[in-house]
Design a protein around this ligand. Structure first.
Ligand code: OAA
Ligand code: MG
Length: 243
């Protein structure tokens, strides 16, 4: 029995074969560039409001400053083993200019999955930005670079490069599902994902909402915000004793 166990290809050889495997799914059609430039004009708040106030990646925030501007582009999805960036390097090999590298690192915060070199490399291959459900390192250098980067935070510990991973597959980032080719929008408020079949809804509602918000902002600045809707919306219950 033991002889049989030791000669079987399990567990050692079989797991070695799996560990650096990167599954890769087919490419999706490229989006119309005009959609990306129109999305770049919209704040994430307005995009999310058209998506029933959903679609945000929870816990991710900008590592780079507002001077890098608003991020918009189609997602190139990567799932990687937490703390490992072999699949991220392979994804950078395959991205098209304008892609946003969206990385499902399992939300792990104990080890960085990218740093300054990964960001410089991704920028040189045309990435529009990096969105990582994990942490990064070299944040001061990343902030001086040209690529918008969003993550959960920072760690000085560096990634392994062993795999496994999955490219262009469905992933989960900040509790939100992302598929290859979904639109990603990022700004100082965070990151929102919009499926291509919702883009028309977003453009249909965004201009009207922006105009409405402009009116409310002007009223609030003047100390005259219209709150005539408030009393009908709230059910105030009076109590006759001190708490
Ligand atoms: O070593 C790594 O892969 C992560 C890193 O610090 C960098 O990209 O600069
Ligand atoms: Mg580094």
């Amino acid at each position: 029995m033991w002889a049989h166990y030791h000669s079987a290809p399990y567990p050692s050889q079989a797991s070695e074969a799996i560990v650096n495997r990167c599954r890769i799914h087919p490419a999706t059609p490229r989006p119309d560039e005009s959609v990306v430039s129109r999305l770049r004009e919209l704040p994430t708040t307005i995009v999310s409001d058209q998506l029933e106030r959903a679609g945000a990646m929870h816990g991710l925030h900008p590592i780079t400053g507002p001077e890098l501007g608003i991020l918009a582009g189609p997602a190139f999805t990567v799932r990687t083993r937490p703390g490992d960036n072999l699949a991220i390097y392979k994804a950078i090999d395959l991205i098209e200019p304008g892609d946003v590298l969206v990385i499902d690192g399992g939300g792990a915060t104990d080890r960085a999955i990218a740093g300054e070199i990964v960001c410089l490399h991704a920028a040189s291959q045309g990435a529009a930005g990096i969105v990582a459900d994990g942490v990064v390192r070299d944040v001061a250098d990343i902030a001086r670079g040209s690529l918008p980067v969003y993550a959960r935070g920072a760690s000085p510990l560096g990634p392994y490069k062993s795999g496994p991973g999955e490219l262009r597959g469905p992933i989960s980032v900040g509790g939100t599902a992302v598929r290859q080719g979904d639109f990603i929008v990022g700004d100082p408020d965070g990151v929102v994902v919009a499926r291509p079949d919702r883009i028309d809804d977003i453009f249909a509602g965004a201009q009207a909402q922006l105009a409405k918000e402009e009116r409310s902002i002007a009223q609030a600045r003047a100390g005259e915000l219209d709150t005539s809707w408030l009393d009908a919306a709230v059910d105030l219950e009076m109590v006759d004793h001190m708490p």
